[in-house]
Design a protein around this ligand. Structure first.
Ligand SMILES: Cc1cc2nc3c(=O)[nH]c(=O)nc-3n(C[C@H](O)[C@H](O)[C@H](O)COP(=O)(O)OP(=O)(O)OC[C@H]3O[C@@H](n4cnc5c(N)ncnc54)[C@H](O)[C@@H]3O)c2cc1C
Length: 472
């Protein structure tokens, strides 16, 4: 563990900005996962005194033990936040481009459904562990002090003192703080201590579906086994598999299934024979590519999924929550981290602009909470779309009309996926415009089987009448 009493490294003069005189109070971050490490880097680069406490050991010493998905889809919001911290190039060195969804139908056919217009509108698969290491290095290089093996246990908000447990020795101690920033993930300990003091209006909605991770290794000659530049989906109605590429020429496969209930659910797959027959029957083209299927299935944990909603994210100037601690979501839009990174920039900007941390926290929450709620709703909708609709004729016709309207009305009819993924349109705006656009698409294609049957003049009039040009 880093020596708590060691002199604080000086901010890197190349990246440090001068802090305003009113912002000299120290900032204590809980959690050095994706959001905590990026926020620490951004704040330290802006000249703030930043101390971070992370429950896990230093992954640069003991290796990364993530516990969540092995790789993630990085999109424009995340890239923008990384660029703010000077990290975009470093992270992108290991990123694998994904041009669209490669849909694997049950009969073995595959179809690439592009996400955007061309290769300027793509998403990127990145390795969570490697990204976390890059972020930790950047935070320390900018002057943040990170203490590992330190779990936040309890907070005395009256006295502004927190209790920490050293996870390696079990030792407990108390430390003073000025302001606490909670980036300690979906099971946030800071949130639990805040909730003992004020009603956060907390609601957790379990999805009822869980996930397991598996691996497609490289082929014998070392090459990719399936198309590398795509996010693969095996949609099967009430459940699905996906696979994202890694730069090592492997793929991480994630199986999403109901936790209980009729076959197939995790509850109906108690043994190797049951798992093998599910793959043989429903994911036949994937099965030969997952040689360790059965061992990995029983060795890897069953991950839980759900949506965390809070009516309140901050406690005056004493504590604020961000990232999954404030708004954990289901992973089906690939936006949890991207949204958390957008939070980091928003919070760093507010803390730079406002002398009073309480004002900054309130403004941050007012700006971000409606947007987090919008992406949570879109992520839930996307699960149904991915597992159930990407192979359905109505959906494909609507997608074709959507592309046509995007060409006919650039900057006005922008597909919702694009607003969320390729732009930084506020999520709440994307959600509302997306609702109107879906109505236009559904009305225009009702009863049609091909684009030729669509009344384009009427659709154009609906677009011009109902959608203003999109402001960036
Ligand atoms: C299966 C799956 C796939 C996903 N795919 C994507 C994707 O493709 N794209 C995307 O954008 N997002 C994706 N996400 C979401 C993404 O993983 C999260 O939104 C992101 O990790 C949130 O970052 P965070 O820093 O808020 O929380 P975390 O990454 O969970 O980090 C929290 C940190 O706090 C530490 N901590 C916890 N408790 C304490 C404590 N008491 N004291 C001190 N430290 C503590 C933890 O050890 C951890 O390091 C996915 C999630 C899942 C589950």
């Amino acid at each position: 563990m880093t020596d708590l009493l060691a002199a604080r490294p000086q901010p890197d003069p190349a990246t440090a900005r001068s802090a305003s005189p009113a912002s000299q109070a120290s900032l204590t971050l809980i959690g050095a996962g994706l959001a905590g490490a990026l926020l620490a880097a951004l704040l330290a680069q802006r000249g703030r005194r930043v101390t971070v406490f992370e429950r896990r050991p230093d992954p640069r010493v003991v290796g990364y033990a993530g516990g969540r998905s092995i790789n993630l889809a990085l999109a424009e919001r995340g890239r923008h936040a990384l660029a703010e911290a000077g990290l975009n190039e470093r992270v992108m060195r290991h990123a694998v481009m994904m041009r669209g969804r490669m849909v694997h139908f049950e009969d073995g056919r595959t179809q690439l459904q592009r996400y955007g217009r061309d290769d300027s509108e793509v998403i990127w698969s990145i390795h969570r562990g490697r990204l976390n290491l890059d972020l930790l290095d950047a935070a320390e290089a900018a002057g943040a002090r990170i203490h590992f093996d330190q779990r936040l246990d309890e907070v005395d908000f009256e006295q502004r003192r927190m209790k920490l447990v050293d996870e390696s020795s079990g030792a407990r101690r108390e430390l003073a703080f000025d302001h606490l920033l909670g980036a300690d993930g979906a099971g946030s300990a800071l949130r639990a201590t805040m909730a003992r003091r004020v009603d956060l209006g907390e609601r957790f909605e379990p999805l009822g579906h869980g996930y397991k991770e598996l691996e497609i290794p490289p082929a014998a000659e070392g090459d990719w086994r399936i198309e590398p530049h795509a996010l693969h989906i095996w949609p099967r109605g009430g459940y699905m598999c996906i696979a994202l590429p890694n730069s090592e020429r492997t793929f991480t496969v994630t199986v999403f299934l109901p936790q209980d209930g009729p076959h197939p659910s995790f509850a109906t797959l108690p043994d190797r024979a049951a798992v093998h027959s599910l793959f043989a029957e429903r994911f036949a083209d994937a099965l030969p590519h997952i040689p360790e299927l059965l061992d990995d299935w029983f060795a890897n944990p069953l991950g839980q999924l759900g949506t965390l909603r809070l009516a309140r994210w901050h406690l005056d100037d004493r504590a604020v929550l961000l990232g999954d601690a404030a708004h954990a979501m289901v992973p089906f839009h690939g936006q949890g981290m991207n949204c958390a990174f957008e939070d980091c920039v928003a919070l760093a900007d507010r803390l730079e602009a406002e002398a009073d941390a309480g004002v900054a926290f309130a403004a941050f929450e007012a700006d971000r909470r409606p947007n987090a709620e919008a992406i949570q709703a879109m992520a839930l909708e996307n699960y149904v779309e991915m597992r159930d609709r990407v192979d359905d004729a109505d959906f494909l016709l609507q997608r074709a009309l959507e592309r046509l309207l995007a060409e006919r009305h650039p900057g006005r009819f922008v597909p919702r996926y694009g607003m969320v993924t390729f732009r930084r349109t506020p999520y709440a705006v994307a959600f509302e415009r997306g609702r109107i656009q879906r109505e236009i698409l559904a009305n225009a294609t009702a009863g049609c089987t091909s684009l030729d049957e669509v009344d384009l003049a009427a659709v154009d009039a609906a677009v011009l009448g109902r959608l203003d040009p999109l402001e960036e």
